[in-house]
Design a protein around this ligand. Structure first.
Ligand code: ADP
Length: 534
């Protein structure tokens, strides 16, 4: 029978193998005892100097040894830490979890580990990994537990920072309805963020879908263009973006905007695409709604313009008839000069020149009326505000004469160039002039004076003022003047000033009214030189 190695009585097989590693076999007990003592000394010095925390415990879990590193760290003496007293150095919030874990390791008899915060002698806690291994004798009974504590504070902090940034990212994705993804043309979809699942209406529980499954959710009309764009992106290893509709399994269709960015290997091969998907359904709807409102606003402005022009129909007819009548008179004179013998050619030429001028005047009035009545989308062009105002003043001249109003203009010589819609700005001026003339109709005594002026203002811009000596504005009506349907006229619509204000504000300017003393009203508007309109 093979003689049992006496060494195994004292320490387990593994330990013995380790103690006698690379050493020649022992021949007798004395030599063995001597070598064992030497090994124990070695082991002891290793345990005392090893740069990690080491401890041992009896089979029942009561700790009987902590190495100096453990004691130095906690500041506890061996006595203060023996048995279960070491638990004083554990963070109170972690203690019950740690003792539960330790108990279940003891019960299982298997190696195990857990995490807890251990107090430094200065009172600060750091996270440690507690790992315990049982040592068994030859019949399998646990004779000892050995354990180490590893400082994992930095890892914990990094994990915490990562968790926090992941949760910020997830929150940002949720709020912006933006998902992120990674897709390799060779290896299919590799990553979808939680929001990506939500935006594309897939269930995260089902795991990553295959690309073809995702592709089938794209609206059939959008599938060809989608496929073409990604095929081009793969071929050219290029950035890509595309809009498509996704058909959710329960019916609704959502508008999606996707952006892809190629990731290349160091050798220039396409590894994958990473990118974002955004649910833009609400944004699209809002854009459509805004466009609809803009159209309504433009329609309303047009109606109001036509009705203002309509209010002056009689004066405008007169404005056209006047040059026609003049042209008629010049034509009659020309005929007379022709009948002379010999015909007075010089006089005929002069009369014909006058006819040309008068008909030009008439046609420019017609053009003016035409451009005010025409329905056209807003333009952004350089507007010579003085010239635009003079045109409107010319159109309203007959109306002013009819009402006994004298018109004065004072236009600044050099105005900064402004950009905007000429017809809309003329509409505002026309509205202010017509209102001013109307306000003076009821004034019996005193002068009826309309004064229109332009000045440059700082920071670079223009201010236009229309002042009258009409019945003026009541203080209580001032705040409501620019509200829709605010009118004091029996046949008024009350939309003019409200539309004027939105036109001016769309040009980045301001329109306001002031009461004048002893009577009358002053309406002013500004337009900045760097207008954003339309
Ligand atoms: P409407 O001319 O159809 O009444 P507006 O919005 O152009 O609509 O004008 C609103 C109201 O503002 C007028 O009814 C009038 O009471 C007042 N208003 C406008 N301009 C003047 C002005 N120059 N003088 C006095 N009141 C004015």
């Amino acid at each position: 029978m093979k003689r049992r190695d006496p060494r195994t009585r004292l320490v387990g097989h593994h330990m013995v193998d380790w103690l006698f590693l690379d050493k020649p076999a022992v021949n007798n007990m004395v030599e063995y005892e001597a070598r064992l003592k030497a090994s124990e000394r070695d082991l002891r010095s290793i345990i005392l100097t090893i740069p990690t925390m080491v401890w041992s415990a009896a089979p029942d879990g009561s700790v009987d040894f902590f190495n100096p590193r453990w004691l130095d760290y906690t500041g506890l003496s061996p006595d203060q830490s023996r048995d279960w007293r070491w638990s004083a150095a554990i963070h109170p919030d972690d203690l019950s979890r740690l003792t539960d874990a330790w108990q279940s390791i003891l019960v299982s008899g298997e190696s195990g580990e857990t995490e807890a915060r251990l107090r430094h002698f200065d009172g600060a806690y750091r996270w440690f990994l507690f790992r315990a291994n049982p040592l068994r004798d030859e019949s399998g009974n646990i004779v000892k537990w050995y354990g180490i504590n590893l400082d994992i504070e930095d890892r914990k902090r990094a994990e915490e920072a990562l968790r926090r940034s992941e949760s910020y990212l997830a929150e940002a994705q949720r709020l912006s309805q933006t998902g992120s993804w990674a897709w390799s043309p060779d290896q299919d979809i590799r990553y979808w963020s939680e929001e990506c699942y939500r935006v594309l209406s897939f269930d995260p529980q089902d795991g990553l879908p295959r690309f073809e499954e995702f592709f089938q959710r794209i609206h059939p009309d959008d599938q060809p263009s989608f496929r073409e764009i990604i095929q081009t992106a793969i071929r050219e290893k290029a950035e890509w973006e595309v809009d498509y509709r996704i058909v959710h399994p329960d019916g609704p269709v959502r508008d999606i905007h996707v952006v892809g960015h190629p990731v290349l290997s160091t050798s220039g091969h396409l590894v994958e695409f990473v990118g974002t998907v955004i649910d833009v359904t609400e944004r699209r709807r809002a854009e459509q709604e805004r466009a609809r409102l803009r159209q309504l606003e433009a329609d309303l402005a047009h109606i109001s313009r036509v009705s203002t022009v309509g209010e002056m129909a009689a004066s405008l007819a007169h404005e056209v008839k006047q040059p026609m009548a003049a042209a008629h008179t010049y034509a009659a004179a020309a005929l007379r000069f022709l009948d002379k013998s010999p015909p007075d050619v010089a006089e005929v030429r002069e009369a014909l020149t006058c006819i040309v001028n008068e008909t030009d005047r008439a046609s420019s009035v017609v053009d003016q009326i035409g451009s005010l009545i025409k329905k056209a989308p807003p333009l952004k062009e350089v507007v010579d505000l003085n010239a635009a105002i003079l045109e409107v003043t010319a159109l309203t001249r007959s109306e002013a004469v009819r009402t006994g109003v004298t018109v004065g203009t004072q236009l600044a010589g050099e105005l900064p160039r402004i950009q905007g819609d000429r017809v809309q700005l003329q509409q505002v001026t026309l509205n202010l002039i017509v209102n001013a003339i109307q306000s003076m109709r009821s004034v019996e005594d005193g002068n009826r004076e309309l004064h229109i002026s332009t000045v440059s203002i700082e920071p670079k811009g223009v201010c236009v003022a229309v002042r009258d000596t009409g019945h003026g504005l009541r203080p209580e009506s001032l705040p409501r003047l620019f509200e829709p349907f605010c009118t004091t006229k029996p046949d008024g619509m009350g939309m003019g000033l409200s539309i004027c204000r939105s036109i001016i504000e769309a040009h980045g300017g301001r329109l306001w009214a002031t009461r004048c003393e002893p009577r009358g009203a002053l309406f002013q508007f500004t337009i900045p030189a760097e207008s954003r309109h339309p």
